[in-house]
Write a protein that binds this ligand. Structure first.
Ligand code: FDA
Length: 390
């Protein structure tokens, strides 16, 4: 039985950061992962280039039952802090869009950087064995890893959420949290494509077509591209809105987010001989324009339509209602909404309020970022917060 100051379970983004920071403070840290390799999700992130942070990080870009919870950790480890680390390691990067920073080269560089930070800090990293029999007695946590046992004064749960199980993701964090009496906010797949059925099923024929839209669920709207798929809807605008969408709710899409009010009436005046389909074709991809025009059922020239009908058609195009029948689930979800309840954790240190020296960080916690580097920033910031105190 080997004893450490801290055992970190899960060598993903949050666990690697947490272990490195604690190790650099002189703590003896053991980092355990059941996968054969550390940082597997980092490797596949951002299309292999890892969108490692977002320079517009702010607490309002995160979902949580307590929207204030993430503020403290995010303020104490900012995108600038992570960028400084990336630059110290000589990793070249660029802003792609909307503040999203990606490696110029490969996500492998981010994993190599974190491994180097852990090595420099003397972290003992072990992989490829199942973690089991986690217990707490006499102020010490004990963990079984394969057929070895380890103990430590502090234990950090950094095993992420259940999105993409084929990458080794599990609900282990929730099982452990419940074992220690912590609550878990119902986990749901997020940043995930939505599936369409019923009347909407015809839109699946547009599979592969994308358009800039504003997608809305309830009070939340995102203006980015939407993509039709053979199962339903995807693309950044839809992935973003999926985190807010609940079963049974509709999603509305504004297909003309840039068109000024009265756009179709103006089109009728400027080009009375054109059809609705050609007018829409000026703003949208051809096949989408065709499908929408067919559904609006206003055949013939614009000049033949009454102004009232065109005003109604425009209103319809700006609030097209889809009724998703589900999502593509955890198998396709980039992240998980929900997780270990923030009500049970300190926002300063990520320590459980009812179990001294038990911590939870990263995606395991009920804090979920928007698409675009926010989830990694939460992993770095929450890992750093716990790493400073364990
Ligand atoms: P993470 O999942 O990274 O790590 C958890 C670790 O725990 C894993 O190494 C796993 O093997 C281990 N583990 C799980 N169960 C265990 C068990 N029972 N026993 C032992 N170990 C166990 N975010 C972003 O900001 N920018 C991006 O570009 C992307 N891109 C992206 C693409 C894809 C395809 C996905 C699926 C996700 C993203 N994300 C993203 C989200 C991002 O990957 C995610 O938010 C972070 O990896 C979460 O970091 P954690 O360390 O909390 O969990």
């Amino acid at each position: 039985m080997t004893t450490y100051d801290a055992i970190v379970l899960g060598a993903g983004a949050a666990g690697l950061m947490c272990a490195a920071i604690a190790g650099q403070r002189g703590r003896r840290v053991l980092l355990l992962d059941h996968a054969d390799q550390v940082g597997k999700k980092i490797l596949i992130s951002g299309g292999g280039r890892c969108n490692f942070t977002n320079i517009h990080t702010a607490p309002d870009r995160f979902l949580s039952a307590n929207p204030h919870f993430a503020k403290s950790a995010l303020a104490r480890y900012t995108p600038a802090d992570f960028i400084a680390l990336v630059e110290r390691h000589g990793i070249a990067y660029h802003e792609k869009t909307l503040g999203q920073l990606f490696c110029d080269g490969s996500a492998k560089q981010i994993v190599a950087m974190l491994i180097e930070e852990c090595a420099k800090a003397g972290v003992d990293v072990r992989t490829g064995q199942p973690v089991s029999d986690v217990t707490h007695a006499d102020g010490k946590f004990a963990v079984r890893f394969g057929d070895q046992y380890f103990t430590a004064a502090s234990l950090v749960i950094a095993t992420g959420g259940p999105s993409i199980p084929k990458m080794g993701a599990t609900g282990f964090a929730y099982d452990l949290a419940r074992h220690f009496g912590l609550k878990v906010v119902e986990p749901r797949p997020a940043l995930v494509p939505l599936t369409l059925g019923g009347d909407d099923v015809l839109f699946r024929e547009l599979s592969g077509i994308a358009a800039p839209v504003e997608a809305r669920a309830g009070k939340t709207a995102f203006r980015e591209a939407a993509l039709f798929t053979h199962k339903g809807l995807s693309g950044p605008a839809i992935l973003q809105i999926s985190s807010y969408w609940r079963h049974g709710e509709s999603v509305t899409i504004d297909f003309l987010p840039d068109a000024p009010s009265g756009w179709l009436l103006d089109a009728k005046r400027a080009r009375p001989r054109s059809t609705l389909r050609t007018a829409l074709g000026a703003a949208l991809p051809d096949r989408l324009a065709e499908t929408l025009a067919e559904r609006l059922a206003l055949p013939g020239e614009l000049a033949a339509q009454t102004d009232r009908k065109l005003v109604e058609a425009e209103a319809h195009l700006k609030r097209w209602t889809f009724h998703p029948n589900g999502t593509e689930g955890f198998a396709k979800a980039e992240v998980t909404v929900g997780g270990i309840s923030t009500a049970n954790l300190s926002s300063q240190t990520m320590m459980a309020k009812s179990v001294p020296n038990l911590y939870a960080v990263g995606e395991a916690v009920d804090v979920t970022g928007w698409l675009g580097g926010y989830n990694f920033q939460w992993a770095w910031a929450s890992g750093h917060a716990a790493g400073q105190v364990i």
